[in-house]
Write a protein that binds this ligand. Structure first.
Ligand SMILES: Nc1ncnc2c1ncn2[C@@H]1O[C@H](COP(=O)(O)OP(=O)(O)O)[C@@H](O)[C@H]1O
Ligand SMILES: [Mg+2]
Length: 367
């Protein structure tokens, strides 16, 4: 059981700065998922926690103890990699036992820990096999088992499911979640897959170009993304972004696509004419055949998914819009009347940051 604190973590490789100051407090037993596009610095951050890289600045604390300068072996952590890193010439048992043997653990204790972990992971019948005699999912379990037997303070996962096919990935995802909760080991899990992140994490760290763009619970990230990057990254199909300008004394947005619609959550504290980006998720676009104020969506592409249909189209003015509609609706070339309900809007300012309603600002200031 352990807490993890990262404070002001920076990392440069030569002249290139990869991490720009990451702060994070991980509670005991918490599963944090670090999610972001390839190259944003996820693995570098994980390797710094593991002790495989030294930060240029900042510190890593495990249970309040500064371990920034400690060797990996002295940090009491276990890491699971994408490529499993199993020893090909060793049996499953020996792969799992190896880390304990080199620490000089008594043989009886090693046997017990490996047997317990193997049973929990349902690989007890595979202990004599070599890695090449295992399926991808079984190898993944062995890699997990090797981490579990160590009974570490922290689990670190670097895209451990990326080499598995889609079905197995979903299954292993659920297993890792169950195992992590059952063992209660504080964990940091890195992935580029936003669905994996949403389903696994107690909280997410959405990384963008070496910075934490947002740290929050999955549904909070989905419901109130901090900026347009996070908004576009989490959710599939991705959120739509429409150009607008502030109008009516900060109470409404004039969409480039035509209508001026009032905000559902109150006025914004900026001058009329200020450029805005209005975000709306495809699932919140409504098909409104009866409404007089509907906006015409010209259909460019139709993706029937069975339970729903994804429509790709464009609005007057040319901006594209994706809609997820419950029924089979529309064919290429059709013009569908759609509604963009203001209650579902995400309002972003010029810099792409979420622009809170003025009442929100007042409430925050009076706290
Ligand atoms: N040892 C290294 N030397 C130089 N550049 C590196 C090194 N490790 C990582 N990088 C660079 O740092 C950036 C972030 O890499 P990484 O942390 O692996 O990203 P991610 O895991 O999010 O894909 C990339 O541009 C990568 O090329
Ligand atoms: Mg990586």
């Amino acid at each position: 059981m352990a807490t993890l604190t990262l404070s002001g973590i920076r990392k440069s490789f030569g002249a290139t700065q990869v991490l720009h100051g990451i702060d994070l407090d991980v509670a005991d037993g918490e599963m944090i998922v670090v999610v972001g596009a390839s190259g944003c610095g996820k693995s570098t951050l994980l390797r710094i926690v593991a002790g495989l890289e030294t930060p240029t600045a900042g510190s890593v604390l495990i249970d309040g103890r500064d371990v920034t300068r400690l060797e990996p072996a002295d940090r009491d952590i276990a890491m699971v990699f994408q490529n499993y890193a199993l020893y090909p010439h060793m049996s499953v048992f020996d792969n799992m036992a190896y880390g304990l043997r080199i620490r000089g653990m008594p043989t009886a204790e090693i046997r017990k820990r490996v047997a317990d972990a193997a049973e929990m992971l349902e690989i007890a019948q595979l202990l004599d096999r070599k890695p090449r005699q295992l399926s991808g999912g079984q190898r993944q379990r062995v890699a997990m088992g090797r981490a579990v037997v160590r009974e570490p303070k922290l689990f670190l996962f670097d895209e451990p499911l990326s080499n598995l096919d889609a079905k197995l990935r979903v299954q292993m995802r659920a297993e890792i979640r169950r195992l992590q909760k059952r063992l209660g080991v504080t964990s940091l899990f890195v992935t580029h897959d936003q669905v994996e992140a949403m389903t696994l994490g107690d909280r997410l760290v959405v990384m963008h170009q070496g910075r934490a763009a947002q740290v929050a619970a999955p549904m909070e990230v989905w419901g109130t993304p901090a900026d347009t990057y996070v908004a576009g990254f989490i959710g599939s199909p991705a959120m739509n972004f429409l150009s607008a300008a502030l109008s009516d004394g900060g109470r409404a947005a004039s969409l480039k696509a035509g209508p001026t619609l009032p905000f559902a959550d109150g006025p914004r504290a900026a001058a009329d004419g200020t450029p805005l980006t209005i975000g709306i998720r495809p699932e919140h676009v409504e098909h409104r055949p009866e409404a007089a104020d509907a906006i015409p969506l010209s259909v460019d592409l139709v993706e029937p998914l069975g339970s729903e249909t994804v429509i790709h189209g464009h609005l007057p003015g040319g901006e594209s819009l994706v809609a997820r509609l419950p029924l089979a609706a529309g064919a290429i070339g059709d013009v569908l009347p759609v509604g963009l309900p203001p209650a579902e809007w995400h309002v972003f300012g010029t810099e792409g940051s979420r622009l809170p309603a003025r009442q929100g600002v007042a409430a925050a200031a009076s706290r």
